[in-house]
Design a protein around this ligand. Structure first.
Ligand code: DX5
Ligand code: ZN
Length: 224
């Protein structure tokens, strides 16, 4: 199964210097990151605001790494075609954000990106299980979305294990990503629960040794 390979690392640029995002993606690419995790927040679905599709256009030109775009926005169905056109490789929507999850996942695929589904910490894991056959990525949030630097919610490990069990039972090859509060000292436990992709923001961009060295340390921490 896919999760026997070395887990992928997707640094989140939410904790990088927004005035120097080109430098941030260059650093993590040089350090061997697998994807760039891009947190889009609309100030409504979450109580914070980041950036829109033009940032994805511009990041697309600044790195050859796949852009893993996490849409924390209401009515994602109105926006997915634009983010796909901007060059998102993965487009992940929240199950809480739209009344038409299957239609929005289909629209993402039709627009040429890989669909992902995610859920907030207080949302039961059962809400995403019906959609697993239609996605290339299942994302378990291990903090309340909106801000970097929060503490990992331990109960999310049970959700990771539940999604892993559902994927394996149906022989699905979708990636299983975990996002929020992941540090060098808990990354291995997240992978052991079944994750194939690890997101880390503050642990990469606020590491005293810098993002390149931090990315290398993560690689070592999750190596199988
Ligand atoms: C939170 C975002 C995360 C965030 C993770 O809303 O979805 O991607 O950047 O940051 P850390 O790793 O600092 O918890
Ligand atoms: Zn995220």
């Amino acid at each position: 199964m896919g999760h026997d390979a070395s887990p992928k690392l997707a640094p989140s640029i939410l904790s990088a210097d927004f005035a120097r995002l080109g430098d941030a993606v260059a650093a993590i690419e040089r350090a061997g990151a697998d994807w760039v995790h891009v947190d889009v927040m609309d100030g409504h679905f979450v109580p914070n605001l980041t950036f829109g599709p033009k940032m994805v256009d511009d990041l697309r030109k600044a790195t050859s790494l796949p852009l893993d775009v996490h849409l924390m926005i209401e009515r994602p169905e109105d926006w997915v075609a634009r983010y796909a056109e901007a060059g998102a490789a993965y487009l992940t929507i929240h199950v809480e954000a739209t009344r038409d999850v299957p239609g929005t996942l289909r629209a993402i695929r039709t627009a040429g990106a890989r669909p992902g589904i995610t859920l907030n910490p207080e949302t039961p894991v059962e809400s995403v299980l019906p959609h697993l056959d239609e996605v290339d990525l299942a994302l378990v949030m291990s903090v309340h979305p909106g801000f970097g630097g929060q503490a990992f919610i331990e109960s999310s490990l049970a959700k990771v294990a539940a999604v892993r069990a559902a994927l394996d039972a149906r022989r699905l090859r979708a990636d299983l990503e975990v996002d929020g509060g992941i540090k060098l000292d808990n990354a291995a436990r997240v992978v052991a629960a079944g994750a194939t992709v690890i997101v880390a923001g503050s642990a990469i961009f606020e590491d005293a040794e810098g993002p390149v060295r931090a990315t290398e340390k993560f690689r070592m921490a999750v190596r199988r």
